[in-house]
Write a protein that binds this ligand. Structure first.
Ligand code: AMP
Length: 282
């Protein structure tokens, strides 16, 4: 495994791999790696001849400076974790390498980024699209792997790839959870032991709602989840939306869709967590 920090270094490494006709898998991350990231990386190693993992905390996707400043960073520990996986290249660039000049591109995602994360984190998905398109341009992967934990992000990436006509296959991977059910996230590192324990109520409430959703309306289902979570110490729901899994538009009736997904963002203290659950996908 090689760790490289510049675009010219990674391009050199990749040109050898490409000359050999190797199929390239790519997993973009912001580091502070956990088993969730590793599941994507393992799948890439399984599917491809050559796997690149990037570690870059992208400033343009943070609408909250405090969140950016406090985002956990530990490239050395990440590299140690990756050492045993079979990754070929870790690309850990500086901000200047990715943005030699400010990226002023504005993407149009129609209605996709007007809801949920897009609504509550203005500019977030534009920043995600900037960095991922830039990374795709550098790595030129055959396949790229993204987690369904960031459900809306996955839809945005698929849309961007189509818009830009990029020859990369986007693979979505299931959410990995801690034993408590809490979705694994780099941000969990910022929770106290007590908060981490309480944060497991998020998935517990989502799961509970999926057992009897047919007996309730969409609104009642969402309201019940919000009430269950908000009664817990430290937890405050920012949004809970039940949406069509393809268009991401909110539904009012279960009959409106073949694919219903509940998406939630919750503050646990000052740490913002997201999760989602699929009610059905016919
Ligand atoms: P991040 O470092 O948070 O930008 O995440 C990098 C990639 O890992 C994204 O595609 C995430 O959706 C994915 N990911 C993060 N957490 C999980 C998880 N718990 N299970 C599966 N994939 C995840």
């Amino acid at each position: 495994m090689k760790i490289v920090h510049t675009v010219s270094e990674i391009e050199k490494e990749l040109s050898t791999a490409k000359k050999e006709g190797l199929q390239i898998g790519f997993v973009p991350t912001m580091g502070a790696l956990h088993e969730g990231h590793l599941s994507l990386i393992k799948k890439s190693i399984e599917d491809n001849d050559f796997t690149v993992v990037s570690i870059f905390v992208n400033p343009t996707q943070f609408n909250d400076k405090n969140d950016f400043d406090k985002y956990p960073r530990n490239v050395e520990q990440d590299a140690k974790l990756l050492e045993r996986t079979g990754v070929d290249i870790v690309f850990a660039p500086t901000e200047r390498e990715i943005y030699p000049e400010p990226d002023t591109r504005q993407f149009d995602f129609g209605k996709l980024d007007k809801v949920m994360e897009g609504k509550f984190r203005p500019g977030h998905f534009n920043g995600v699209a900037q960095v991922v398109s830039r990374l795709f341009g550098i790595v030129e992967p055959d396949k790229a792997y993204f987690g369904e934990k960031d459900f809306q992000q996955l839809a945005i990436i698929r849309n961007m790839t189509k818009q830009l006509n990029l020859p990369v296959q986007i693979i979505g991977m299931p959410i990995l959870r801690e034993a408590s059910g809490l979705a694994m996230s780099s941000r969990n590192e910022r929770l106290t032991a007590e908060q981490r324990n309480i944060a497991s109520k998020i998935y517990e409430s989502l799961k509970e709602s999926a057992v009897s959703f047919q007996k309730r309306t969409v609104q009642e289902t969402a309201d019940q989840i919000v009430a269950n979570i908000n009664k817990e110490r430290y937890l405050k729901v920012e949004y809970m939306e039940i949406v069509d899994g393809n268009t991401l538009q909110p539904i009012n009736d279960w009959k409106e869709t073949d694919y219903a997904v509940g998406c939630i963002a919750v503050f646990c203290g000052d740490v913002r967590l997201i999760d989602n659950i699929t009610y059905f996908c016919r």
